[in-house]
Design a protein around this ligand. Structure first.
Ligand code: GCO
Ligand code: MG
Length: 441
């Protein structure tokens, strides 16, 4: 079978012969071992992306994994290079879960965003290698397809409501049946809604202002307009992004019920998940949570308590495919569907892992999709394909992706960064309420 690299014409006949040899020889041969672990750090489209490449002692046999934590990307790199690489050198590539457990336990302290992303890079690379060895896409290793493609949503936003509605119409015209709608709050630093629209409100401090009550009023007006102008069939999603107090979230979910959202996302912060019970008791608004989760202590009670309808983990933040396929299985048992985090700050390898889970897990709900830029496609060849609002996995072995190192070198960290994000190395600044209280963004 032609590998992804061969199909994309970026690997030599020598490597192809080597892989064929690997394919023939692998039966009964000792497993290939890890010969090198290196980090690919690129910024093709305003997000710092971290990908791990593992090379084996079998010529031409390698794999990629996503380790993208864009706000602290430079912290993930040494976790891979200084700690996981020496730990993994010479280890066999075939015992993926055992290797995951070994990496996870090796830091003693665990379940944090930096170390989980580092482990995820290694984990996904090992799944890629196993798919290449088996000459099949990773979804086949998980038991094959439960559906042909993943139904997706993408983002409609605007500083003003008419702009968001127009943006939603364009997305529907591209074939999407699900649209996330966000709108700016005049003079404030809203989430996911390009631009304040009007002059910034002056708080008792210098920086940007955000007021939850003003946001909730605005969001409810948006839902009203969206249902009126876009109709009842379109599935509407909205991301609260943990920007209201727990009791405001309870009320907001109740007030939003009549607009029949496909889901309301992150109404609470991970620190306040105990309030989900109260939301559940008072409204039938469908709830999604999880992109900020790094620990089983966060997802287990919500899934086992049937307190959310969609689990929305950022796969690399939980440590990769190995732990997340188990979370998906647990969710299925408790009637919770999947909606893996799919923002712009996720590498195409992470997207390939998302769509792999979307195809292989029965309890798929929806997939968030953010289009790839040309620069991203130049670096990552063989990315999953979007057609008519559906995301299709590559049919090539592994993730089906090859990284072009020459192209990657053109987009180092810092490319395109300006002002605050340049000063903060891709990190986020502050947002406060009018009186100066910090809010979670
Ligand atoms: C989403 C998310 C993102 C995050 C971003 C953080 O639902 O897509 O909330 O927009 O804010 O990934 O880096
Ligand atoms: Mg979100």
């Amino acid at each position: 079978m032609k590998t992804a690299g061969a199909a994309l014409g970026v690997i030599s006949a020598r490597e192809l012969a080597a892989q064929d040899k690997v394919e023939r020889a692998t039966r009964g041969m000792p497993a290939p071992t890890i010969k090198d672990v290196r980090v690919i750090a690129v910024e093709p489209a305003h997000s710092r992306l971290v990908v791990v490449r593992i090379d084996t002692d079998q010529d031409g046999l390698h794999g990629y994994g996503c380790a993208t934590f864009t706000q602290r990307a430079d912290a993930v790199i040494p976790a891979v290079e200084k700690y996981l690489k020496p730990f993994l050198m010479g280890k066999p590539v075939d015992r993926i879960d055992d290797t995951w457990q070994a990496c996870y336990a090796s830091s003693y302290w665990r379940n944090g965003p930096v170390l989980n992303n580092a482990i995820s890079g290694v984990d996904m690379a090992l799944w890629d290698i196993k798919g290449r060895q088996a000459a099949m896409p990773v979804y086949e290793l998980l038991g094959g397809k439960c559906r042909e493609a993943a139904d997706c949503y993408t983002h409609a936003s605007g500083a003003e409501i008419p702009q968001t509605i127009e943006s939603a119409k364009q997305i529907m015209a591209r074939g999407f049946r699900h649209v996330r709608v966000q709108v700016g709050v005049p003079g404030m630093e809203g989430y996911g809604a390009g631009g304040r629209g009007t002059a910034p409100i002056q708080g008792l401090h210098e920086g940007p202002v955000f007021e939850p009550e003003a946001y909730i009023r605005r969001a409810l007006q948006l839902f009203e307009a969206a249902r009126k102008e876009l109709g009842d069939e379109i599935e509407l999603l909205h991301d609260v992004h943990e920007r209201v107090t727990p009791i405001q979230a309870v009320r907001f979910a109740k007030e939003a019920e009549k607009y029949r959202l496909f889901y309301m996302e992150d109404p609470l912060s991970p620190e306040d998940i105990a309030y989900f019970k109260m939301i559940r008791e008072q409204s039938a608004t469908q709830l999604a949570m999880g992109e900020l989760f790094n620990s089983p202590h966060e997802w287990t009670p919500l899934i086992a308590g049937r307190l959310i309808d969609f689990i929305r983990i950022h796969v690399s933040q939980a440590g990769g495919l190995t732990p997340v396929r188990k979370i998906a299985a647990m969710a299925e048992i408790f009637g919770v569907r999947t909606a893996w985090h799919g923002p712009g700050d996720l590498s195409p390898v992470g997207v390939a892992c998302n769509v792999t889970l979307d195809l292989a897990c029965h309890n798929f709900g929806i997939q968030e999709y953010t289009a790839f830029s040309d620069a991203t496609r130049e670096i990552f060849q063989g990315v999953p394909e979007m057609r008519n609002g559906y995301l299709y996995a590559s049919e090539s072995p592994g993730w089906g992706i090859e990284v072009d190192d020459k192209a990657a070198a053109k987009y180092p960290f810092g490319t395109g960064e300006r002002g605050r994000s340049q000063r903060l190395n891709g990190g986020w600044g502050e947002v406060r309420t009018t009186d100066g209280t910090i809010i979670k963004q």
